[in-house]
Design a binder for this molecule. Structure first.
Ligand code: C2E
Ligand code: MG
Ligand code: MG
Ligand code: MG
Length: 290
């Protein structure tokens, strides 16, 4: 009957839709359960200063592992969390875990050479009236000086909720918290936002970094962006750097900071600490013998 009525292609499409829906539903359940149990994990990826070649900063990246589904990438569950609103809880829980790590393992260890930690904040969290208060309360609870915190936002926040964004940025910046414009070069962020909002750093998205090495247009675009941003006296972090050659090219362009698999992937706390100790202290030893 199906073949006769020509319904088969539609049924096939339906099957895909159902599978996609089931996956989405399962991921959503896994996420809500992790939020309920406060079992989301936070990994840390080092950011290296090109002048000293030391780990100067780190980005906190959320990780969700489910018994049945295994490891679920944040690009998949963060957008679900933004749609159902649970991203507010997610960002809060991540931020609290970051502050605890910072207090117990970094600040109580004389900083290990680390100047700040970058934490991603969703536009949805920015749209909450009490967002800045929640951030400041958590920092106070763990005794975190504001200079150790950089919040990463995309221009989507400014485009979606300009008033809230301005209000929270003003409050938090007045306390000494820094801001980085994330996803720069993806169409999600551009230069006009650097002029209108007080961003302290810009993060080049990995897609823009990779285009630099694969296309002529990509090269022209990145060269131009570096010039413009440096004219505004804003330092750049290039993300997605995977090879020595890429690192050296960007260093020659005077990109200040590099983050990428070339140095390290995002790691659990313990491995991250080992990596930093090794990289930052190795250097101290070299300097002593020089
Ligand atoms: P993002 O903030 O732009 O983070 C950078 C992403 O690039 C991370 O992916 C990181 O693992 C990846 N990356 C860094 N260097 C390299 C490299 O050399 N090669 C490759 N292939 N990838 C590299 P991840 O951890 O999967 O996170 C994806 C996105 O999920 C983040 O993009 C961010 O938008 C979002 N996200 C992660 N954690 C949080 C969070 O706590 N809250 C919110 N709201 N969003 C988060
Ligand atoms: Mg980020
Ligand atoms: Mg980024
Ligand atoms: Mg991104």
């Amino acid at each position: 009957i199906i073949r006769e009525t020509g319904l088969q292609p539609f049924l096939k499409a339906d099957k895909e839709i159902i599978l996609r829906y089931q996956r989405k539903h399962a991921v959503e359940q896994a996420l809500l359960m992790a939020l309920e149990n406060e079992s989301l994990e936070v990994y840390y990826q080092p950011v290296v200063d090109m002048q000293t070649e030391r780990v100067i900063s780190m980005e906190a990246l959320v990780r969700l592992r489910d018994e049945k589904l295994g490891f679920i990438p944040p690009d998949e569950f963060v957008s679900i969390a933004e749609k159902n609103g649970s991203v507010v809880m997610l960002d809060e829980q991540v931020f609290e875990k970051v502050c605890r790590f910072l207090r117990e393992q970094i600040l109580n260890n004389h900083g290990l050479g680390i100047k700040d930690v970058h934490v991603n904040i969703s536009v949805i969290f920015f749209m909450q009236n009490d967002m800045s208060k929640k951030i400041l309360d958590i920092m106070e609870r763990y005794g975190i000086p504001a200079e150790y915190i950089t919040l990463e936002v995309t221009e989507r926040a400014a485009a979606t909720a300009p008033e809230m964004m301005e209000k929270h940025m003003e409050t938090l910046a007045a306390e000494g918290i820094s801001f980085a414009l994330d996803d720069y070069g993806t169409g999600n962020s551009n230069c006009s936002y650097l002029i209108n909002y007080p961003f302290d750093k810009v993060k080049f998205d990995k897609t823009m970094v990779w285009s630099y090495f694969t296309s002529k247009t990509g090269k022209i675009i990145l060269d131009n962006e570096v010039n413009t941003i440096h004219e505004l006296h804003i330092p750049i972090i290039a993300e997605g750097v995977e090879t020595k050659e890429q690192m050296e090219r960007l260093k020659r362009l005077k990109v200040e900071y590099i983050q990428g698999y070339y140095y390290a992937k995002p790691m659990p706390q313990k491995e991250f600490l080992e990596f930093v100790r090794e990289k930052n202290q190795l250097h101290e030893r070299n300097e002593e013998t020089e």
